[in-house]
Design a protein around this ligand. Sequence first.
Ligand SMILES: CC(=O)N[C@H]1[C@@H](OP(=O)(O)OP(=O)(O)OC[C@H]2O[C@@H](n3ccc(=O)[nH]c3=O)[C@H](O)[C@@H]2O)O[C@H](CO)[C@@H](O)[C@@H]1O[C@H](C)C(=O)N[C@@H](C)C(=O)N[C@H](CCC(=O)O)C(=O)O
Ligand SMILES: Nc1ncnc2c1ncn2[C@@H]1O[C@H](COP(=O)(O)OP(=O)(O)OP(=O)(O)O)[C@@H](O)[C@H]1O
Length: 483
Amino acid sequence: MIKLQEALEILKKDENFHEVAFKKDYYYNWEEDFDFDQLSYDSRNTSASTLFFAKGLNFKAEYLEDLAAPFYVSEIDYEVDIPAVIVSNVKRAMSLLAQAFYDYPQNELKILALTGTKGKTTSAYFAKSILDEMNGQKTALLSTAETTLDGKNFFKSELTTPESLDLLKMMRQAVDNGMTHLVMEVSSQAYKTERVYAINFDVGVFLNISPDHIGPIEHPTLEDYFYCKRQLLHHSGYFVANSEMTHFNIIKQELETLGIPHAFYGKNSENQIVDSQAHDFTTKGLVNGHFDIRLLGKFNQENALATALATQHLGASIAQIKAGLAKAVVPGRMEMLATKDGARVYVDYAHNGISLKNLVSVVEPHHSGKIVLVLGATGNKGESRRKDFGQVIEEHQRLEVILTQDDSNHEDPKTIADEIASYVTRPCDFEADRAQAIRLAIQRVHDKDDAVIIAGKGADKFQLVNDERVPYPGDRAVAERYL
Ligand SMILES: CC(=O)N[C@H]1[C@@H](OP(=O)(O)OP(=O)(O)OC[C@H]2O[C@@H](n3ccc(=O)[nH]c3=O)[C@H](O)[C@@H]2O)O[C@H](CO)[C@@H](O)[C@@H]1O[C@H](C)C(=O)N[C@@H](C)C(=O)N[C@H](CCC(=O)O)C(=O)O
Ligand SMILES: Nc1ncnc2c1ncn2[C@@H]1O[C@H](COP(=O)(O)OP(=O)(O)OP(=O)(O)O)[C@@H](O)[C@H]1O
């Protein structure tokens, strides 16, 4: 519930309010009050008591023509028959009003927020697993892979970090469901588009930064991408950061200048991994101990150390961290299957150059025989990944490659594949049907020295084609058919 007068006060206080515009006149004060029992940014989902937000690149004035809602909030006066609350920034207005509407649920949860180019989802699952040990399964999760607001029902969200109206609603549901903690991924886009405007987190974690998400609909430059991610630091009560990441210096400067309590991990910091084996590792520093982990790869051990530091700050003991990490599995991240002859099949979400390189480097030492890679690249976004993939394939001459479809959207998968292959000096095969590509790859491996790597979609159960999510069983489910 929110009253019109309360909403106007909030917007004025934030210096976001211009005026109420109605029938070509402007009002600083609007005399009547009104009770709203719904907030919405979709005209198709409004009623006579909805406060509607007109926002977005693809918003059309015609959506306001038959609107059921009595008021709308907007940066533009569309001069329709209902009063418009005109603001400088509609997405900031959405976040602030949603916080008030849902009665500030963020204050009733301990929130751990993760950002970074790679490892957010993995670390989110590690953190949830540890916190669940501590609070008896009362950790809500908002991640790219899955969302849960009660710890029992899981669903896939459209966005990694939801629009503020959805985010605050989900936080309120989590509180109502008895959740005490929330682990969430905060994407750079969330800051760029004000989805988390004026929301503070108990702990923030910054895992790493590398060029990604740079393109027409995301960030214009790496600088902008990095700046957006760094906003998490300004909204965290305690911050954990990787001392080995590129441009670490500015993170250190910012934290120290702003006086934000923090812990660093990695080389030249007090928190380090001192011994690393395939399935376990030892740390020293604030988190001191020996930990078992189900996911291969040193980078996953780094993700684990980051989340151990963050959850420790929220009260987790070393025993709870150990138990949580030992149990944690992450859908579509480094899932390992075996064929009846013992060859291994790795399903992993690696869908940019750096994570593909890491994935291949983790798998290679365990397999002296044949390694077949099944891979595609997305259409109409992340175009630079094609060159990066080609270069990784070129650097790893042992890989036999079957290029295929991966969310090709409006582009032709063959054209995308040809672009990847143009950076490779040996032939790559092409099979447009991803399930067939997986079948062909599995047919080519014979024993435990051999492996198939299926990279890109992880646990996703759709293919994005012409803006539609076409159902797809998922890489693991497809691979299981042919083992
Ligand atoms: C830049 C941005 O924030 N984009 C998101 C945003 O779009 P937008 O605000 O520009 O809105 P729009 O899609 O142009 O639509 C216009 C508005 O008209 C409304 N509408 C539409 C039809 C109608 O009849 N009536 C009506 O009112 C719609 O509800 C919408 O509010 O709001 C939409 C939902 O309301 C999102 O689908 C969209 O995500 C875009 C497409 C997207 O995929 N973004 C990616 C890049 C993203 O944010 N990714 C990050 C993860 C990155 C990472 O992995 O690190 C994420 O957090 O998910
Ligand atoms: N710390 C890390 N450094 C480098 N690569 C990593 C790291 N953690 C995970 N990866 C790789 O990146 C891939 C994506 O991991 P994950 O889904 O956890 O990251 P994410 O940040 O949520 O990714 P995205 O934003 O692309 O959805 C994994 O499949 C793994 O191969």
